[in-house]
Ligand binder design. Structure first.
Ligand SMILES: Cc1cc2nc3c(=O)[nH]c(=O)nc-3n(C[C@H](O)[C@H](O)[C@H](O)COP(=O)(O)OP(=O)(O)OC[C@H]3O[C@@H](n4cnc5c(N)ncnc54)[C@H](O)[C@@H]3O)c2cc1C
Length: 430
């Protein structure tokens, strides 16, 4: 059985976790943050630096959610959307702000890492978005060109240059986004947590927020072992949003992403794979993404699913794909297998909500939360510190729930099968 949290490469080689304890008793602060992933930790750091008293409540451990499990790819292009679709959803005022914010998200993240000297194997070596068949190339180039008009540098690769950059002959075309890169996500989250603690924030782990009530002008958040009274609440629970605010949990679909990492491989065997240290992802519905680690492991991921018993599924399909892309990987030992939830929204854009007065939530990164979670943490902190809703990069929207949300798990197997079959047919047509 492969369940969600065990056996991740990151847990095996991350920097040490700061020491934290469970909340006991009652405390009173300016802001309480729920969730200790990238979003919550960045907000905690900024608020503590601004002189607020800040507490983070985390149900499990620091970065137990997606922030400690993801592919660590820093990808600064919005997923799915083009400038035209964003303008249609939100109008031209927000298009300009969102373009600036999302396209600048990689630089913002690497700047934080530099500023706080976070030890997380950060490398801004570029992201290769490879087209899984010839027709995908037209769409991905049109989208990339549209975004390049907002200032992001983009290059198109094919032929020999593409084969060299990827180390694979499985693709005919790709877009290279030089601003992209990679981090060790769990080390980064732990490093960020350490900075937040040093700035004065207190992180309580194993302290799930289970209810909220208003008492005079303060929110009271109850955990299983204590209580926090705060003027403002930030909900940073993304794909792990739970029954605390049920409508928030129903505003996203928590898709499952799986990952595997090989054992350390002989340099001769893999010297041609991603030789310039770029990250790679493809244009499939079920996306395959990967990177090469400094210690010569290959890491690959894809959409997967959870069985009714909670086992992660679709590793055999990912291994087949690994061997198709890189025949030398057909016989390697895949030492680590893990996965987690990504939060998908109906418009494929991150959402900023205020479900109750002075309770703010930021979530829905659609697989781009490594950079965007950090940006949203800043946006939430700025709201707490007085920036008006009208001046935010994202509009504060009503929480819109997915109809028939509770049926998504039942349908996931069929939808995955359909997406995988379509992807396979297209790849075979390439
Ligand atoms: C396998 C995988 C691969 C991915 N790969 C990439 C990638 O390569 N690039 C990219 O940009 N994005 C990727 N993502 C997405 C990215 O990891 C997330 O968007 C990002 O980490 C979200 O950060 P967050 O802080 O908002 O949420 P999370 O990191 O999920 O943190 C939410 C936290 O809230 C806690 N929580 C929930 N409810 C409560 C409660 N009631 N009380 C207290 N605590 C609570 C949870 O325990 C959890 O720790 C991937 C995700 C997964 C799962």
């Amino acid at each position: 059985m492969i369940n969600e949290t065990v056996n991740s490469l990151w847990a095996s080689n991350a920097i040490a976790e700061p020491v934290t304890v469970q909340l006991q008793g009652s405390i009173n602060v300016d802001t309480v943050i729920i969730g200790a992933g990238f979003t919550g930790l960045r907000a905690a750091l900024l608020l503590a630096e601004a002189g607020q008293t800040v507490v983070v409540l985390e149900a499990n451990k620091i970065a137990w959610g997606a922030s400690g499990r993801n592919g660590g790819q820093v990808n600064p292009l919005p997923p799915e959307n083009t400038p035209a679709t964003i303008e249609k959803h939100l109008g031209s005022k927000y298009l300009d702000r969102i373009a600036q914010t999302m396209l600048g998200s990689a630089d913002e993240l690497f700047d934080i890492i530099d500023k706080y000297e976070i030890d997380c194997q950060a490398r801004q070596n570029g992201w290769l978005r490879v087209d899984h068949y010839s027709q995908a190339r037209q769409a991905s180039r049109a989208t990339a060109k549209a975004w390049s008009e907002y200032g992001i540098e983009i290059q198109y690769l094919e032929g020999e240059q593409l084969h060299y950059e990827t180390g694979s002959t499985a693709f005919q075309s790709a877009t290279l986004i030089p601003k992209g890169g990679a981090i060790h996500p769990l080390s980064y989250a732990r490093g960020l947590a350490k900075c937040a603690i040093e700035a004065g924030a207190v992180i309580y782990t194993h302290s799930p927020a289970i209810s909220y009530t208003k008492k005079k002008d303060k929110w009271q958040i109850a955990t299983t072992s204590g209580k926090v009274s705060a003027t403002t609440v930030l909900v940073c629970t993304n794909g792990y949003s739970d029954a605390l605010i049920p409508k928030l949990a129903k505003s996203i679909i928590p898709l499952v992403s799986i990952q595997m990492a090989s054992s350390r491989l002989n340099e001769d065997l893999i010297s041609s794979i991603l030789p310039n240290g770029r990250t790679l992802s493809d244009t499939r519905r079920t996306i395959v993404y990967g990177r090469r680690e400094p210690d010569n492991r290959i890491l690959l991921g894809s959409l997967g699913r959870l069985s009714q018993r909670g086992d992660l599924k679709a590793f055999s399909e990912l291994k087949e794909e690994a061997a198709r892309m890189y025949p030398v990987l057909a016989s390697v030992d895949w030492e680590f297998h893990w996965g987690g939830h990504i939060a998908v929204t109906h418009d494929h854009l991150p959402h900023l909500h205020e479900p109750e007065p002075a309770i703010f939530a930021g979530l829905g990164y659609n697989g781009r939360g490594v950079a965007m979670g950090n940006v949203m943490g800043r946006i939430l902190a700025e709201r707490v510190l007085g920036k008006s809703a009208a001046d935010s990069p994202f509009p504060t929207t009503r929480v819109k729930t997915y109809p028939f949300h509770s049926f998504y798990k039942l349908g996931a197997k069929t939808v995955m099968w359909w997406m995988r079959s379509k992807d396979k047919r297209e790849v075979n047509r390439a």
